[in-house]
Design a protein around this ligand. Structure first.
Ligand code: FBP
Length: 255
């Protein structure tokens, strides 16, 4: 519901620039391109190339509220560091009401780890997020990453299709999932998600920018609704980040 808050042209396609890795992975992710330590780097790319939205945690959103205010913000409501090795739980840190009212969220996001021992907690929190988002009129993006001791392999086509279906069953507007290995598997992932749109989660930076561009092409050919990409853009130096952004936005949004 309310996808028009993000997608005023009604394209049904999305290009998100994810920038929550400082919390999830730590600052090592920024080391190769120190300019990316500041959210200014991604905000200017999003503004100049027309990404659908940037993805920020509450703190980054607050600190950068006066930078490029015209760039839509997708506020990540839960999060965790990468330091714990337990079965993952990513707690709700920011209520939908605060994200919309104070941070001007055009959409909200939440990471689910199906298969984790703490799955029930996250499912309950997420179900509440879906209801709150409907009340405040914003769409919900679910990061769905099956993970934990019970999940032997999180990248099989079956597991990723299950992830996409979970997003649909719980009421997400958009599911963000990992690459299942090939285009035909991704097609099934998109079908399994029924009305929920499916976007690709970028993953670690590929050797060449073209490798990632090829992946984005396959996603769109398979019926995907776009990408939510981070490192494959902002781990590259500015000129390369600009060049790949131009291609990503052209392939996904057609502009
Ligand atoms: P990338 O494109 O950099 O992979 O970002 C996508 C993303 O989902 C981020 O939003 C998140 O911080 C990160 O990946 C989580 O990655 P993981 O938990 O798989 O290490």
């Amino acid at each position: 519901m309310f996808l028009e808050r993000l997608d005023q042209e009604g394209l049904g396609r999305f290009a998100f620039l994810a920038y929550d890795q400082g919390l999830e992975h730590g600052p090592e992710d920024f080391r190769g391109n120190p300019e990316s330590v500041s959210p200014r780097f991604v905000l200017e790319l999003a503004r100049d190339f027309g990404y659908t939205a940037v993805v920020f945690q509450q703190g980054v959103a607050l600190a950068s509220r006066r930078l490029c205010p015209e760039v839509p913000r997708l506020i990540k409501l839960n999060g965790k560091s990468g330091l714990s090795k337990e079965d993952p739980y990513s707690p709700l840190l920011c209520p939908v009401e605060y994200a919309v009212g104070e941070l001007d969220a055009r959409a909200v996001g939440y990471t689910l780890y199906p298969g984790s021992e703490r799955e029930p907690l996250m499912f309950r929190e997420f179900a509440q997020v879906v209801r709150d988002a409907a009340r405040f009129g914003v769409p919900v993006v679910a990061w769905v990453y099956p993970r934990g001791k019970a999940v032997a392999n999180d990248s099989t086509p079956e597991v990723i299709a299950y992830a996409a279906r979970i997003a649909y069953e719980l009421g997400a507007d958009i599911a963000k999932v990992k690459w299942p290995g090939d285009r035909e598997s991704f097609r099934w992932v998109c079908q399994a998600a029924a009305e929920t749109k499916v976007v690709l989660s970028g993953g670690p930076t590929t050797g060449s920018p073209q490798e990632f561009v090829d992946l984005v092409n396959q996603v769109m050919e398979a019926g995907g609704a776009g990408v939510a990409v981070g490192r494959n853009v902002w781990q590259r130096p500015l000129a390369e980040a600009q060049a790949i952004s131009k291609k990503i936005v052209r392939i996904t949004l057609g502009r």
